[in-house]
Design a binder for this molecule. Structure first.
Ligand SMILES: NC(=O)c1ccc[n+]([C@@H]2O[C@H](COP(=O)([O-])OP(=O)(O)OC[C@H]3O[C@@H](n4cnc5c(N)ncnc54)[C@H](O)[C@@H]3O)[C@@H](O)[C@H]2O)c1
Length: 441
């Protein structure tokens, strides 16, 4: 479903009209295309404490040009502030000092990344000040325009810093805005080739015949993985097309069926050298107000969106088909954070998934340093959302800081990054890919 409004306000006549009437002006986002540099211009790097050596090393390693000071009149493509040194509310002035002139110089589709140390319970004033950074980043994200984003990295361990900086600075994270993410300890090797970070990996994507699942299957293949695209038997031709397009294989699998975990294990044993990446994407909606909710509407959504993930994960952890340093990514939704009228069943499953990854993180870490994380998409243009009435869809599209819906590729990029070796320090987290959706942000 093309966003005609976005195209209109990006034409000269439409832009002038939108300005005159005060209408939102969503920008064309900087999305990744193979061969793109991590950042098209300079990153201004600052710190509230010690010299940001690790940050600079990671940036130069990613081919990013780094500057310590702003040159009058010059634009920068990113502002990266290492704010791990803040300890008192007075220290936050240094954050303003860096960001205020920096934001004025930020180019279209620019990136603001703030690194922070999470609260550790050692000192009330320090923990208070650290949390204040969250409010700065979320508010700044709402102020930025022209496709620029701001995100916060809580860092307890720098293992995944190089990979996280590449993701958040590049076009891979175009629709991730106003979000915090915790980088912790983990095994996070740099890939041999950053353009093919999933080379040699075997991945399975459920619900891969269309929408977000198809985009994830294509993106994992783009990044070098051998992909098994799984979906219902009814998905037939659409599923075969995705599998053929990416040189992968198709698997008919109803994730909610009783024998799904065993069939999956059997398939992996017969056709692969074990699974490296699993994307639990299959999902359904059966919306009704609670007062009118029928048992079958309740049960089917719980079975497909939540129980299937628990059962398949348990079977993989108990069996011998999940390789070490595996990556599992589960699809949640901003509804799992904020709730949504008419979606108590769906909301249960999507909040449940947030709990599932948090509760499973240790078990996966214990399985050869594997990880499990979730992605919570906001409003994404797919066949699921195309069913909405036109007016509701138009309003929903504008209700984010980026003033537009996301595309399936935006969710797929996050899934591909969380599936990559370098993201090994991210575990048990839920990353929202929602353009800082005003609902559930
Ligand atoms: N589209 C959005 O805006 C949005 C927002 C938040 C979360 N999500 C989540 O993202 C995921 C994908 O959403 P989408 O919009 O691409 O949906 P979609 O309806 O377009 O596609 C879902 C796919 O899952 C498959 N599927 C359904 N039940 C299955 C089962 N039992 N076994 C195997 N496959 C099954 C379907 O055949 C279909 O191919 C879902 O989990 C959804 O809840 C979507």
């Amino acid at each position: 479903m093309a966003d005609r409004y976005l195209n209109l306000v990006n034409s000269p006549v439409g832009a002038a009209l939108a300005d005159r009437v005060g209408l939102p002006k969503p920008a064309k986002l900087r999305r990744y295309a193979p061969g793109d540099p991590v950042l098209p211009g300079v990153a201004l790097v600052g710190s509230t404490g010690k010299a940001p050596t690790a940050v600079k090393r990671a940036l130069t390693g990613a081919g990013v040009e780094v500057a310590d000071t702003l040159v009058d009149g010059d634009k920068v493509s990113a502002l990266v502030l290492d704010a791990r040194g803040v300890a008192t509310p007075g220290d936050l002035a240094a954050v303003r000092e860096f960001l205020a002139p920096g934001v004025k110089a930020l180019a279209a589709s620019g990136r603001v990344i703030v690194l922070a140390a999470p609260a550790d319970g050692a000192d009330i004033t320090v923990d208070t000040t650290r949390q204040a950074l969250d409010g700065i980043v979320r508010s700044l994200a709402k102020e930025l325009r022209r496709g620029a984003t701001a995100n916060l990295l809580w860092v307890t361990d720098e293992a995944s810093l190089p990979s996280a900086l590449r993701f958040f600075l590049s076009g891979h994270s175009a629709y991730v805005d106003g979000q915090p993410l915790l980088l912790g300890a983990g095994t996070a090797p740099a890939p041999k080739d950053w353009d093919q970070p999933l080379a040699g990996k075997t991945a399975l994507v459920t619900g891969a015949a269309r929408g977000i699942g198809a985009a994830i299957a294509r993106t994992l293949a783009r990044d070098g993985a051998d992909v098994i695209a799984a979906d219902l038997t009814q998905a037939g031709e659409a599923l075969s097309k995705v599998a053929n397009d990416i040189g992968g294989t198709a698997l008919h699998l109803d994730v909610a069926s009783t024998d799904a975990p065993q069939r999956l294990l059997d398939h992996l044993a017969a056709h692969t050298h074990g699974l490296d990446i699993l994307i639990h994407n299959a999902g359904i909606t059966r919306d009704k107000l609670m007062a009118n909710m029928k048992p079958e509407q309740w049960d089917s959504v719980i079975a497909v969106n939540l129980e299937s993930q628990l059962r398949i994960n348990a079977a993989l952890l108990a069996g011998d088909q999940l390789n070490d340093q595996a990556r599992v990514v589960c699809l949640s939704s901003t509804t799992g954070f904020a709730g949504n009228r008419g979606q108590t069943n769906y909301g249960a499953t999507k909040a449940g998934v947030i709990g599932l990854v948090r509760a499973s993180a240790q078990a996966f870490a214990g399985h050869g340093a594997s990880t499990i994380n979730a992605i919570a998409p906001g409003f994404i243009d797919t066949e699921m959302t195309a069913k909405m009435p036109l007016a509701t869809r138009e309003v929903a599209r504008r209700l984010s800081s980026l003033q537009q819906a996301g595309l399936p590729i935006d969710v797929a990029e996050a899934a591909a990054w969380l599936s990559s070796p370098g993201a090994g320090g991210v575990n048990g987290q839920t990353l929202r890919v929602c353009g800082q959706n005003l609902v559930g942000a």
